[in-house]
Design a protein around this ligand. Structure first.
Ligand code: AMP
Length: 114
């Protein structure tokens, strides 16, 4: 059996995290190294490594992640202005290979992203 991902270990409470949202499909917790005044990660319980590994069977789950991201932002006072980011692959900065949506808010953001 493959090793549990870091985020599965957070989901299973083996590793502590500041969990701010949870439902049957996903969980959200504050990023340990925040890049904005508000920075959370929304993570599916299913340990899909990255978006490129998702399949048609994950279609609903992917939608639920975005809805959860918006809810988390709203519940923390950032419903009108937040940046979502998903890194897919080490070459673009992915470091944890369990799909996650970054929810960043509370400062201005440049475009295009760096
Ligand atoms: P990425 O680089 O897109 O894979 O994002 C991984 C994110 O996970 C980074 O922003 C890290 O700061 C964050 N991270 C790593 N370990 C933890 C942890 N134990 N608790 C919360 N966030 C973490």
């Amino acid at each position: 059996m493959s090793e549990k991902t870091l985020f599965t270990r957070i989901i299973e409470r083996e590793i502590p995290a500041d969990i701010i949202y949870e439902d049957e499909h996903c969980i959200a917790f504050r990023d340990i190294n925040p890049q904005a005044p508000f920075h959370a990660l929304v993570v599916p319980r299913k340990p899909i490594a990255m978006v490129a590994d998702a399949t048609a069977a994950d279609e609903v789950l992917l939608g639920k992640l975005l809805l959860a991201a918006a809810q988390v932002a709203r519940e923390h006072g950032h419903g009108d202005a937040f940046r979502l980011a998903v890194n897919n692959g080490a070459a673009v900065g992915q470091t944890v290979f369990h799909l996650h949506v970054h929810v960043l808010a509370g400062r201005s953001f440049s475009w295009p992203p760096g």
